[in-house]
Ligand binder design. Structure first.
Ligand code: HEM
Length: 347
């Protein structure tokens, strides 16, 4: 059976059909759109064929044929957690040596489309697999994260909460707080999917009103907004993704309150370059977005910035609560779902 499974996997590989992480290059021109739609459709088709059990024998899915066997199946989220952790540092040449930051950004962007007024968007459905969301400018570069997680989806095909779990695991693995997390999302079929309007995610060159409009729509207050944006202690901007360039701190693969320390203690001036408006420090090595600077300039945001710069414990506590809330926006948890089924973090 293993040999035939391998042959069938090879066929999948040879046809080039993706199963979960389908995306055209985010910055590709309009001419590639029909091709993308075709591939995304084929990928989604295969994915849902897999959901029906056709590939279960290859991928070790829970047995869908027998109701008794299916009822006995217990998803092992700790095994998924370990598989995600194992991926984080597999490529020393990628950015600063960890995929952690881009996984956190994926978890945030899949969740941050939520609109509390219409109860649309959010991480349920994994809708970023589909155009147009996959191709929004705001999501440029996130194919890296989705592709990275594809082998985990193949190994644990029953999981439909992978992107949010990966974000929570990445924060913890990089030294951050334990993020409350529970399963409950499903993967929408293409026909269930209603395209969201673009513009639900924030733009880095905008001001405090924009920040409040975007995060208010999700249901966050000022304190939660400041805590959440503290995630910019991780990772960096890429000129070939967002157009902005550089990291916010000198320790971009460690979760800490350094973003707030840099924001308050360093001196920031407009970067002179051909790119979009951003700020840099004297060394020219570190950066801030315009929206980051508004956390300091806005008199209601600022006290939280100052608090988190001084008190890392407070930041960790508030970030864990706000990020946990973000990941759950719009998810229709079952009434009997456990309050917090977070797998135990590895020590
Ligand atoms: C006003 C709100 C925000 C704006 C305008 C913003 C904007 C950006 C931009 C432009 C980038 C660079 C993307 C690239 O070029 O690769 C970025 C990266 C990142 N953002 Fe945000 N962001 C915001 C809020 C958040 C929140 C709430 C989180 C998480 C809770 C977050 C987590 C991250 C992370 C971890 C990265 C680094 C990704 C990497 O290294 O690949 N951001 N953000």
């Amino acid at each position: 059976m293993f040999a035939s499974a391998a042959r069938r996997l090879a066929t999948v590989a040879a046809t080039g059909v993706r199963t979960y992480a389908s995306e055209a290059g985010a910055k590709k021109g309009g001419s590639s759109l029909p091709l993308f739609l075709g591939l995304a459709g084929a990928g989604a088709g295969l994915y849902f064929a897999k959901e029906r059990g056709m590939l279960d024998d290859i991928l070790g899915a829970p047995p869908t044929g027998s109701p008794a066997a299916a009822a006995a199946f217990k998803p092992d989220y700790n095994a998924v957690r370990s598989a995600i952790e194992d991926l984080l540092d597999t490529n020393p040449d990628y950015d600063d040596g960890s995929y952690g930051p881009v996984l956190v950004r994926l978890a945030w962007h899949t969740s941050g489309t939520y609109d509390k007024n219409t109860n649309t968007g959010g991480s349920n459905g994994a809708t970023m697999r589909f155009a147009p969301e996959a191709n929004w400018g705001a999501n440029a570069g996130l194919s890296v994260a989705r592709d990275l997680l594809e082998p985990v989806k193949q190994k644990f095909p029953w999981i439909s909460d992978l992107w949010t779990l990966a974000g929570a695991v990445a924060v913890e693995a990089m030294g951050g707080p334990h993020i409350p997390w529970r399963p409950g999302r499903s993967d929408y079929a293409p026909e269930q999917f209603v395209a969201l309007p673009d513009g639900r995610l924030p733009d880095g060159d905008k001001n405090a009103k924009h920040i409040r409009d975007i995060f208010g729509r999700m249901g966050f207050n000022d304190q939660e907004v400041v805590a959440l944006i503290g995630a910019h202690t991780l990772g960096r901007c890429h000129s070939d993704r967002s157009g902005f360039e550089g990291p916010w701190t000198n320790a971009p693969t460690t979760f800490s309150n350094l973003f707030f320390k840099e924001l308050t203690e360093n001196k920031w001036h407009k970067k002179k370059w051909n790119g979009p408006l951003q700020y840099e420090d004297k060394s020219g090595q570190l950066m801030m977005l315009n929206t980051d600077m508004y956390l300091l300039w806005d008199k209601k945001f600022k006290p939280y910035v100052q608090q988190y710069a001084k008190d890392e414990e407070a930041f960790f506590r508030d970030f864990a609560a706000a990020f946990g809330k973000l990941l759950e926006l719009g998810v229709p948890f079952k009434e009997d779902a456990p309050a917090a089924a977070s797998p135990t973090p590895k020590q």
